[in-house]
Design a protein around this ligand. Structure first.
Ligand SMILES: [Zn+2]
Length: 201
């Protein structure tokens, strides 16, 4: 129940108490007192419920999305790179992809805006678990050794802070022109598909 609903419920109940008291005025004093007492108790319970509602509970709606000094999302840092539970990440639109919530929202907006410009942006990869990064490094080799995979535990994908995009030439040009407006930067040479989320602070 929201605060507005609780408040309107209280107003409703108070008006009923007044109606009952008025009605009871013609009856015995004893009945009036009993009705009023139980009505007051109920109103007190509801007031307490309102007070409880006013205190913000720890939940998604109250999350503060910030990066720490290492550029890692504060709300995800404790989980560790590639160890983030699915429910701590946010889905990108209606895709199967997940990212840090602000990155997911910006990416979704960016894809929609590109579409309006007649540009199709697909997603091939997003958040990646530590195990998936180990597998990728085995298949594609470590970037430091000429391959295409970051060392497991260090990938931006492991923080939900990068997306690999499916871009044709037109979309690649669009991204280079517009990506930064949404916080997405092409930051890995040899990987024009890799776009890291680096929001301006
Ligand atoms: Zn990538």
């Amino acid at each position: 129940m929201g605060i507005e609903q609780v408040n309107s419920r209280i107003a409703d109940i108070q008006s009923r108490i007044i109606a009952l008291q008025t009605q009871a005025a013609g009856q015995t004093t004893r009945t009036t007192a009993a009705t009023s007492a139980s009505g007051t108790a109920f109103a007190t319970q509801l007031s307490n419920a309102v007070a409880a509602q006013s205190t913000p509970a720890a939940g998604a709606a109250d999350k503060v999305y910030k990066l720490n000094s290492k550029g890692v999302p504060v709300d995800l840092a404790a989980y560790g790179n590639g160890k983030i539970p699915a429910n701590a990440l946010q889905q990108v639109g209606d895709t199967r992809h997940k990212l840090w919530a602000p990155a997911a929202e910006k990416l979704n907006t960016m894809i929609a805006d590109a579409k309006r410009d007649g540009v199709k942006i697909g997603i091939t990869d997003s958040y990646r678990s530590y195990e998936e990064q180990v597998d990728l490094a085995r298949r594609k080799g470590l970037y430091s050794q000429g391959g295409l995979a970051a060392k497991p535990g260090t990938s931006e994908h492991g923080w939900g802070m990068a997306a690999d995009l499916d871009l044709n030439a037109k979309a690649q040009a669009w991204m280079r022109e517009n990506g930064a407006r949404y916080g997405f930067v092409e930051n890995v040479p040899r990987e024009p598909w890799h776009w890291a989320f680096e929001p301006k602070t």
